[in-house]
Design a protein around this ligand. Structure first.
Ligand code: KDG
Length: 325
C-alpha cells in the first residue's frame, strides 16, 4: 500500500496537572503534540501506512517526538536542526474539557521546514498528501514547502487533503485568509469548521461565530466549490459533520460523550475520514468513522494518545456511542 504523506511542526507539550492557570498550577505532564502527527498516529492505529516529515531540534523534546511518533508505527523522516530548538506548547486546563494553549514556537526547528526536506518520490508515490493551514503560517520557508508539495502533488496526480485549521495566534485574520485561501483552493478534499471555511471562501470574511456560519452551510460550500469538483467536509464538533460532494450535502450526527479534552478531536476526525478515503469508502461510511474517532478522542486527555483502533471504535459504537439527536 502507498502511504499517506503528511508534514508539519510537532512540539513539546506541557499540560497543567489540574484545572487552572499555569501561573499557579505546579504539577504538569510532559508530552508532544502537532496536528499532522496527531493525524498520522490516528491513521497508523487505523492500519493506514503513513509518513511524517518535519524538523526537530537537537534536544530532549526533539528526541521524544521522533521516538514517540515512530513508536506508533509512523514512518518518521525528521531532520535534526542543530541551529534551533524544538518548539513548545503549554496547555492550561480551563474546565469542562476546554483548554487554553500558549505557543513558544517562533523560530523553532519545526518552523524552519524547507522544501528540500521532502525527498523526491515521497509526494509522487503517496496515496494522498495531507497538509494543514498551520504549516504555511509558520515561516516563509514552511509556506514555500507547502507550495512546493502542493505543486508536486498536482503534477503527479496525487490527491491533496487540506485541513484549514486556522490558529489565530499565528497570523492576523487578513493574512491567514489569503495564505490559507491559496492552500485550500488547491485541495481535492478540504476540512474545516464553518467559521474556518467562511474565512477561506473567495471574498470571504470571518463570521463572528460558528453558529452564524453554520446557518448557511449550503451557500458556503457552493462558494468554495462552484465547479463541483471537490469534497468539502464541514466539522461541527459534537453536532456532527456535513460533506459536500458532487453537488450533494450529506449530514451525519455527532456522538454524546463525557468530554474530558477536546484538543485533538478534529485531527482524529480527519484521520478517521482519510482512513476511509484511501480505501474508496462512501461519504456516509467515512463520516461515520470520522465522527466516532473525534468522539473517542474527547473522552481521554491528550492531543493524540486516545486515538482509537478499529476494535476500540467498534466497542465504542456498541456501548456508549449514542448519536446526538
Ligand atoms: O489539533 C491539535 C493541535 O492544535 C495541537 O496538537 C498542536 O499542532 C498544533 C497546533 O499548532 O496548535
Amino acid at each position: 500500500d502507498s502511504p499517506v504523506l503528511t508534514l508539519g511542526e510537532t512540539m513539546g507539550l506541557i499540560t497543567g496537572g489540574r484545572i487552572g492557570s499555569l501561573a499557579h498550577v505546579s504539577d504538569a505532564h510532559v508530552g508532544i503534540g502537532g496536528s499532522e502527527t496527531n493525524v498520522a498516529v490516528s491513521l497508523s492505529r487505523l492500519g493506514v501506512p503513513v509518513t511524517w516529515i518535519g524538523r526537530v531540534g537537537d534536544d530532549s523534546l526533539g528526541r521524544r517526538i521522533v521516538r514517540e511518533v515512530r513508536g506508533e508505527g509512523v514512518d518518521v523522516r525528521a531532520q535534526v536542526d542543530v541551529d534551533a530548538a524544538t518548539g513548545l506548547m503549554l496547555k492550561e486546563l480551563t474546565g469542562q474539557g476546554t483548554a487554553r494553549v500558549y505557543y513558544y514556537r517562533a523560530g523553532s526547528a519545526g518552523s524552519r521546514l524547507a522544501a528540500a526536506d521532502v525527498p523526491a518520490g515521497l509526494v509522487e508515490n503517496a496515496a494522498l498528501v495531507h497538509l494543514t493551514g498551520i504549516t504555511p503560517l509558520l515561516s516563509d520557508s514552511a509556506r514555500e514547502t507547502c507550495r512546493s508539495v502542493v505543486g508536486r502533488a498536482r503534477a503527479a496526480g496525487v490527491r491533496l487533503s487540506v485541513d484549514v485549521n486556522y490558529r489565530s495566534t499565528l497570523a492576523p485574520a487578513h493574512v491567514a485568509a489569503e495564505v490559507l485561501g491559496e492552500l485550500a483552493g488547491q485541495a481535492d478534499l478540504m476540512f474545516g469548521s464553518p467559521d474556518e471555511l467562511a474565512h477561506v471562501a473567495p471574498g470571504g470574511t470571518a463570521p463572528t461565530d460558528d453558529r452564524a456560519a453554520a446557518a448557511d452551510i449550503g451557500a458556503l460550500v457552493r462558494a468554495l466549490d462552484p465547479g463541483g469538483t471537490r469534497e468539502i467536509v464541514v466539522k461541527r464538533g459534537a453536532d456532527g459533520a456535513t460533506v459536500y460532494r458532487d453537488g450533494v450535502l450529506v449530514d451525519a450526527p455527532g456522538h454524546r460523550v463525557d468530554v474530558v479534552d477536546t484538543v485533538g478531536a478534529g485531527d482524529a476526525f480527519v484521520a478517521g475520514y482519510l482512513s476511509g478515503d484511501v480505501h474508496g469508502w462512501s461519504v456516509e461510511k467515512k463520516l461515520a468513522r470520522a465522527n466516532a474517532c473525534g468522539a473517542v478522542m474527547c473522552t481521554m486527555p491528550g492531543d493524540w494518545e486516545a486515538a482509537p483502533t478499529p476494535a476500540e471504535l467498534d466497542a465504542f459504537l456498541a456501548s456508549g456511542g449514542d448519536p446526538v439527536q
